[in-house]
Design a protein around this ligand. Structure first.
Ligand code: NDP
Length: 340
């Protein structure tokens, strides 16, 4: 089994040389209650960087996902095929979705999140993106945290990324006015021409984000779905309407330590009675059945587009991961580990 590990804790922007591909011999015969999975598609996510840092003990205590230990395998969401099963609900050759690893095989010990997957008529990578963790994040975050009303103005950052592209599409289908920002003209064109956003802009072209948002939202923002934190969050809060909602999904501009930590004007928050709420996808697993049926139907009928950005082979995991922080990806970044 070849798998990816970090060589040491990473504090700052990640580089490919921070990673190594290791090899181990594994037994492909599962013991009772264990499952051995051949990994097919594995997710590559920005939050993994926070797990790679050296944490203080107080941070570790509130950590939403366990810290990654140098030299050890790294778990991630993904789709695979059962090689050997010691579980009565899973058989050899079944497709499964759940917690896999950045490697060729996963040894799923008892209790690990791993469910049988019936892929219906949709491509398998969708179960890592729009029908996976990103999808439930976008769905729960938009409907439950943002509490949208028809006709409201919605701003989405990292809008061509996995979560952002889905949020913008849910918001359009719901009847909102949606503007997204992204880091290149290619991405801006995609948002407007393929994903149906009302407008979009390249934030890297703007010297003053507050006035840029004033230009795109002359009547103010009702909902800001925040994927980036930092200066963009400050600018969005300055442009929020009374009783506006900010869903804080992530703060990627702050993960590498290079960007400024957001410091929104709290008097704006008070006087405009703005709600700023962080959330985790796991909080919204209760919506899972609704989420899957609604989203699968939208994808099938073409009302929503699933964007998958796929590279091949376990060796490509480090560059796929590092590229997230340079904005290399469009849509859900996935590594295909093996042929279906
Ligand atoms: P994306 O597919 O959006 O990929 C990351 C994108 O972020 C890049 O393509 C890039 O796009 C943008 N980006 C990178 N660096 C910066 C920067 N310094 N400033 C602004 N934008 C930057 O990733 P995901 O959709 O998987 O994740 C989006 C956010 O949601 C992340 O913050 C992530 O941590 C969070 N998240 C939270 C979850 C939760 O449960 N709360 C679950 C899943 C994700 P561009 O070219 O536009 O700059």
């Amino acid at each position: 089994n070849r798998f990816v590990a970090i060589k040491y804790n990473i504090n700052g922007a990640p580089n490919e040389c921070d990673f190594e591909i290791k090899s181990e011999t594994i037994c492909l015969s599962a013991r009772s209650k264990e499952v051995i999975v051949k990994n097919l598609y594995v997710s590559v996510d920005p939050y993994q960087l926070n797990r790679m840092k050296a944490h203080s003990s107080s941070q570790a205590a509130i950590s939403f996902a366990t810290a990654i230990t140098p030299g050890q395998g790294i778990d991630t969401y993904g789709v695979g095929r059962v090689v050997s099963s010691g579980r009565s609900d899973l058989a050899k050759d079944d497709l499964v979705v759940g917690l896999l690893t950045w490697g060729e095989y996963t040894l799923a010990e008892p209790g690990r999140l791993l469910n049988k997957l019936d892929p219906m008529d949709l491509p398998l990578p969708y179960y890592v993106g729009p029908l996976g963790f990103s999808g439930v994040t976008a769905y729960g975050g938009f409907y439950e945290v943002c509490k949208p009303k028809k006709g409201e103005s919605v701003f989405v950052s990292a809008a061509s990324g996995s979560v952002g592209s889905l949020v913008g599409q849910y918001a359009k289908l719901f009847g909102c006015h949606v503007v997204g920002c992204a880091g290149s003209q290619l991405k801006v064109d995609l948002l407007k021409e393929k994903l149906g956003f009302d407008d979009a802009f390249n934030y890297k072209d703007e010297t003053d984000l507050k006035s840029a948002l004033k230009r795109y939202f002359p009547e103010g923002i009702d909902i800001y779905f925040d994927n980036v934190g930092g200066k963009m969050l400050e600018a969005a809060v300055a442009n929020m309407n009374t009783f506006g909602r900010v869903a804080v999904c992530g703060a990627i501009s702050e993960y590498t330590g290079g960007g400024r930590k957001a410091s929104p004007d709290m008097l704006d928050v008070v006087y405009k009675r703005i709600t700023i709420q962080g959330f985790l996808a796991a909080d919204y697993l209760k919506c899972y059945a609704d989420f899957i049926s609604t989203t699968a139907e939208h994808l099938r009928t073409g009302k929503m587009q699933g964007l998958s950005d796929i590279s091949y082979g376990v060796e490509s995991v480090p560059s796929a991961f590092v590229g997230l922080f340079r904005g290399d990806n469009i849509g859900k970044r996935i590594v295909q580990i093996a042929d279906e």
